[in-house]
Design a protein. Structure first.
Lengths: 116, 114
């Protein structure tokens, strides 16, 4: 089956620093990847849609300058949290859409970010 | 606007008992519907999906769901729950055309008691 990995699985950083999270589709090409944020005991909130070779589309209320998304290849998308603050601490999950299958998404295991 | 409602924040069932998790959606066109399961600190695993055809959909781990257009519902069922089924369950609807966004419900936490 389609596998999506995320790295790192958890990261702790100091306030004001930047953190990069990688999302890879291991055995398929993903023209579209999605980035979600999940607060404890809450649902997934879509942050942005990342299309290979083009700029990401951000959801309303998501700061594009703070959450930088790059989708440089068909198997890799990165999310960089810039100038992180404690309120950015959350569980970040990516998913990858299988090309040609509109709603087939496969989710990564998530990255726990803690900003101190 | 598209939305998904899961009325039950949490449910507790005894091991071996049957389970039904409720899901209602709001979407103008034919919906693409999903159920996902999430174990603590993990990503989401797809249990089953409905795109078209037979309204009773079979999934993994013995789960099934029934699409009822008249009730705008897509309830998840399992005839006999195992302790390992304890997790968070999310109902979702695929929305939009070019964007193919997935909108998630708030989730239902399933507790299984011995």
């Amino acid at each position: 089956g389609a596998v999506v990995s995320q790295h790192p699985s958890r990261v702790i950083c100091k306030s004001g620093t930047s953190v990069k999270i990688e999302c890879r589709s291991l055995d398929f090409q993903a023209t579209t990847m999605f980035w979600y944020r999940q607060f404890p005991k809450q649902s997934l909130m879509l942050m942005a849609t990342s299309n290979e070779g083009s700029k990401a589309t951000y959801e309303q209320g998501v700061e594009k300058d703070k959450f930088l998304i790059n989708h440089a290849s068909l198997t890799l998308s990165t999310l960089t949290v810039t100038s992180a603050h404690p309120e950015d601490s959350s569980f970040y999950i990516c998913s990858a859409r299988v090309s040609g299958l509109a709603y087939e998404q496969y989710f990564g295991p998530g990255t726990r970010l803690t900003v101190t | 606007a598209q939305s998904v409602t899961q009325p039950d924040i949490h449910i507790t069932v005894s091991e071996g008992a049957s389970l039904e998790l409720r899901c209602n959606y709001s979407y103008g066109a034919t919906p693409y519907l999903f159920w996902y399961v999430q174990s603590p600190g993990q990503g989401l695993q797809l249990l089953l999906k409905y795109f078209s055809g037979d309204t009773l959909v079979q999934g993994i781990k013995g789960f099934e769901a029934e699409f009822k257009r008249s009730q705008s519902s897509f309830n998840l069922r399992k005839p006999s729950v195992h302790w390992s089924d304890a997790a968070e369950y999310f109902c979702a609807v695929g929305a939009g055309t070019g964007g193919f966004k997935t909108i998630f419900g708030a989730g239902t936490r399933l507790f299984v008691k011995a």
